[in-house]
Design a protein around this ligand. Structure first.
Ligand SMILES: C[S@@+](CC[C@H](N)C(=O)[O-])C[C@H]1O[C@@H](n2cnc3c(N)ncnc32)[C@H](O)[C@@H]1O
Length: 249
């Protein structure tokens, strides 16, 4: 594990992200919380690992479920997606709850943290795809009903996120949905900027990464994907904005 600066350690203590280097370090925060220690702590607390991260590590109990509830209310699971793809599922806290909402034949993951990817494959029977930078190359064009990423694009570089955006649009089936969160200007009022400036982000160049909302909306429009809805989700010292796109038929 790299030596962490004290400011980062303080923030990570608050947000629950104790960074370790994954075996496949391709730029950006392709790191995640340590597998063994997190699993042990969740077991000791009598919680699923996802609920442990929400409630104990992040201090935001119910945050993952709240996002899933909003997605359900928006009809994201109503069409019973048969193929789901998730980028950066980490502990699988969104994955686990997604699988309570729908029963896909295939759930593909792209995850750089090896131990977590292995755990998700074993526990949930998902398919881990080789993960290299921002490519979804192993997934065919227009083959996925629901593509999602949570708390990923605020941790990677602009180029990593934007390259993934093209890939997400490519693999989504006409009529399918694309769901991801970004730290947009909606999340960056002066109080939030002050919170980040004083309490967050030191020690890792790509975290937290901001992306303009309109840039996302305009880019996806060129890829035949229309913004259907958006809402805020808590994160660390502030929030991210979840964007829900539908791919045109
Ligand atoms: C902040 S964590 C969020 C994890 C999970 N989605 C959650 O909300 O708990 C970011 C995740 O993205 C993964 N990741 C980082 N860079 C990636 C990349 N280029 N491709 C795929 N996953 C990546 C990390 O290993 C980690 O699991």
């Amino acid at each position: 594990m790299p030596v962490l600066k004290s400011g980062l350690k303080r923030v990570l203590g608050r947000t629950g992200f104790d960074i370790v280097r994954s075996a496949n370090n391709l730029g950006g925060v392709d790191d995640f919380i340590p597998f063994e220690a997190t699993m042990r702590a969740a077991r000791a607390a009598g919680l699923s690992v996802g609920d442990h991260i929400d409630a104990v590590m992040n201090g935001t109990p119910g945050a993952t479920q709240s996002t899933i509830d909003k997605l359900r209310d928006l009809g994201v699971f109503a069409t019973d997606p048969q193929t789901v793809l998730e980028i950066g599922p980490g502990s699988g806290r969104y994955l686990e709850k997604t699988l309570k909402e729908c029963s896909p034949d295939r759930y593909e993951i792209y995850e750089t943290a090896g131990p977590w990817a292995d755990y998700l494959v074993t526990t949930f029977g998902v398919v881990a795809r080789p993960t290299a930078g921002s490519s979804l190359a192993p997934t065919s064009d227009a083959s996925v009903d629901l593509v999602q990423a949570h708390k990923v694009f605020n941790t990677v570089t602009f180029l990593c996120a934007s390259r993934y955006f093209y890939e997400m649009a490519r693999v989504t089936r006409p009529g399918g949905r694309i769901v991801f969160d970004v730290m947009t200007e909606t999340c960056l009022d002066p109080a939030a900027v002050h919170a980040w400036a004083t309490d967050g982000g030191s020690g890792h160049d790509s975290y937290p990464a901001a992306l303009p909302r309109q840039t996302c909306v305009d880019l996806f429009a060129t890829l035949n994907c229309t913004l259907e809805a958006s809402f805020l989700a808590p994160m660390g010292v502030a929030s991210t904005e979840v964007l829900v796109f539908a791919k045109g038929t």
